[in-house]
Design a protein around this ligand. Structure first.
Ligand SMILES: C[S@@+](CC[C@H](N)C(=O)[O-])C[C@H]1O[C@@H](n2cnc3c(N)ncnc32)[C@H](O)[C@@H]1O
Length: 258
């Protein structure tokens, strides 16, 4: 893990800061050391990841109440969205979904807002801490909590988690591992770029497919950049192509128009 420290200067948050630093096994300080590349900061706005030496980069925070997610929830097309069609929400309501590559939780939140029960797994400790902080803050906002109460988080390896599941534990397993990105994409926010640099390329992404296929009742859905190869080179039952992404759908058991 990239060396990182936790900075907190709010006396009422020191216990929480202490717990997070202990959990992540990182130092808790009042000021970041001059050479610090990445810093976690806890203040009344929540937990944020900063890159102190690059002022052009904004802080990275998971916030289920942010403008983009709120707009998408209110005007984003509901079950007409590509991700909703891919997981089969048009045919079956109230699906249980395992998001085995939770990241910043955006896809999980979109699915929970559409009525799914979502279990998120994230292996990167800092990403998991940012997600946990977002879930905790969401409890204070009734509108958002109506959705996040149907989301839970486990920190750890999804391969281990899925391998320990019995058959038919989740209706759908959703996979969106990092894909090696070529060059810098002007469309990607700078904070997203250092998220990618921190998390790495998920070179073991192929390992996710077999345990997912064994544990999903209805289907496994893999989100990929449009031109990228199939996971494990395994042809899906069908693919939906969007502007930027492709959803590869492996149907285990039919839902009518799969
Ligand atoms: C591309 S991001 C997912 C983005 C996510 N769909 C969203 O909406 O923000 C991939 C995430 O999956 C996590 N990940 C990849 N492989 C994993 C595994 N085997 N177990 C747990 N987490 C994994 C990575 O750490 C990374 O945070």
């Amino acid at each position: 893990m990239t060396p990182v420290c936790l900075v907190c200067n709010e006396s009422e948050l020191l216990q929480q800061a202490n717990d997070i630093a202990h959990q992540l096994d990182i130092p808790q300080l009042k000021q970041p050391p001059a050479e610090a590349e990445l810093v976690l900061e806890l203040n009344i706005e929540g937990l944020k990841l900063l890159r102190p030496h690059d002022k052009s980069v904004g802080a990275l925070q998971v916030d289920f109440n942010d403008g983009a997610l709120t707009w998408r929830r209110q005007h984003g097309g509901g079950t007409g969205q590509a991700i909703a069609k891919a997981i089969g929400l048009k045919q079956k309501k109230g699906l249980s979904v395992l998001d085995a590559t939770a990241g910043t939780g955006t896809d999980s939140f979109v699915l929970a807002a559409l009525g799914c029960r979502v279990t998120m797994i994230e292996r990167h400790p800092i990403v998991a801490a940012l997600l946990q902080d977002a879930l905790s803050r969401a409890e204070l906002n009734p509108e958002v909590h109506d959705i996040t109460q149907h989301m839970s988080l486990h920190h750890g390896s999804s391969v281990d988690y899925m391998t320990s599941l019995s058959e038919n534990s989740f209706d759908v397993i959703f996979l969106d591992p990092m894909f090696p990105h070529t060059g810098k994409n002007a469309q990607v926010k700078k904070s997203m770029q250092y998220f990618r640099d921190m998390v790495g390329k998920d070179e073991d992404a192929d390992d996710l497919l077999a345990p997912a296929l064994a544990a999903a009742t209805y289907r496994v859905v893999v989100k990929r950049p449009r031109k990228s190869p199939f996971l494990m080179g395994k042809k899906p039952t069908l693919s939906h192509e969007g502007k930027a992404n492709r959803f590869d759908i492996y149907v285990n058991k039919g839902m009518k128009d799969a």
